[in-house]
Design a protein around this ligand. Structure first.
Ligand code: ZN
Length: 150
């Protein structure tokens, strides 16, 4: 099990150093900013929807390794997914990181996101792991067009 945990840490570190989809989407039609005052993590999530599907997703901001890796892997997992699929994935993810899912980290639908199962042992880091997801939810619920300063 220790080896597996090392692997999980490696994946999280790798994503935090080289986050995927780390960019502002110029064509974003939904966006939201999320802040985790406990840790200082702050991210903006950008969405470009195609009807009910997530056509493109990006994020920017700063935070600890867990929050950044979580945002990075979230964007990878959600491209092409519908709004409902995104919500279901967040529910599963939330269950695993809070330790509420019976099979800790053994949730097949989560795929790579299962690397965050170790977070359930550190309650203060749960907010880091879920920040991007909460921000995504806010972005999906928001109907405002992205504000342009140009
Ligand atoms: Zn954090």
């Amino acid at each position: 099990m220790a080896d597996l945990r090392d692997l999980y840490q490696e994946v999280i570190l790798e994503h935090s150093k080289a986050p995927r989809n780390y960019r502002e989407l110029k064509a974003a039609d939904h966006k939201a900013e999320g802040f985790n005052p406990l840790c200082g993590d702050r991210f903006t999530v950008f969405l470009e929807m195609d009807g009910d599907s997530i056509k493109d997703i990006g994020f920017q901001g700063s935070g600890c390794a867990i929050s950044k890796a979580s945002a990075s892997m979230m964007t990878q997992s959600l491209k092409g997914k519908t709004r409902k699929e995104a919500e279901e994935l967040f529910n599963r993810f939330h269950g695993v990181v809070t330790g509420q899912s019976a099979e800790n980290g053994d949730e097949p639908a989560l795929g790579k996101l299962a690397v965050f199962s170790g977070v359930s042992e550190f309650p203060t880091r749960v907010k880091c792991a879920t920040l991007a997801w909460h921000t995504l939810t806010a972005a999906l619920e928001g109907t405002q067009e992205a504000i342009s300063t140009e």
